[in-house]
Design a binder for this molecule. Structure first.
Ligand SMILES: CC(C)(COP(=O)(O)OP(=O)(O)OC[C@H]1O[C@@H](n2cnc3c(N)ncnc32)[C@H](O)[C@@H]1OP(=O)(O)O)[C@@H](O)C(=O)NCCC(=O)NCCS
Length: 171
């Protein structure tokens, strides 16, 4: 595909485009248990302090997104044995079908990891369905699997983590 993809952080002005992408991807999901956004997710995403999202754009059209959730989720912190640590979560990995297979999600993920470092988080976590190969492979480039658990009856997730290492000069 001969296209120039532009990456930038999302703002409230991108909310409608995000809703379109979310609808498109969820309607065409191979497996509904791969991505289960909680109620009100599309609105919460744009609330100050809740999350930071990077989008991939083709001619100003949002065709991919990934998000760093900044909220501290106590339940996961306990599972990670990290109650005293600052933990953020990678997720909301969505790429429009016709743009898949070009490594777009990996670019988005690395930009979010930079943000996590700048914001002084200690640990970046993620959860992923064990059969969601493209998402799992991307996460495994940076994070490692800690354990398997069920989010609902019969719906499995790997819990993954990466410790953010800082050098003395903070970089
Ligand atoms: C997950 C998703 C965002 C990945 O987008 P993408 O940018 O197209 O990712 P890629 O196709 O480049 O795949 C990522 C990696 O998985 C590998 N991969 C994909 N399918 C594979 C398969 N069937 N077998 C082996 N490896 C596979 C790719 O080769 C790539 O690895 P590489 O970077 O080492 O080459 C996209 O598939 C999507 O939107 N899925 C639906 C929504 C979803 O499930 N989101 C995750 C839940 S949060």
């Amino acid at each position: 595909m001969d296209t120039k993809i532009v990456y930038r952080e999302l703002s409230k002005e991108d909310k409608d485009q995000y809703r379109c992408l979310l609808t498109e991807v969820t309607q065409t999901l191979q497996r509904k248990d791969f991505f289960i956004p909680p109620p009100g997710f599309a609105d919460n995403l744009f609330v100050e302090g809740y999350a930071r999202s990077i989008g991939a754009f083709d001619n100003d059209k949002l065709i991919g997104i990934a998000t760093l959730l900044l909220e501290q989720n106590q339940k996961y912190k306990e599972k990670l044995d990290a109650s005293d640590k600052k933990v953020c979560e990678l997720g909301n990995y969505l790429v429009a079908e016709q743009y898949r297979g070009q490594g777009i999600i990996q670019v988005l993920q690395s930009k979010l990891l930079e943000i996590a470092k700048q914001l002084n988080f200690d640990i970046v976590m993620a959860t992923v369905h064990p059969d969601n190969i493209s998402s799992l492979k991307t996460l495994q480039k940076e994070l490692e699997i800690v354990k398997t658990f069920e989010i609902e009856d019969g719906i499995e997730r790997f819990l993954m983590r990466k410790n953010i290492i800082r050098t003395v000069d903070g970089k």
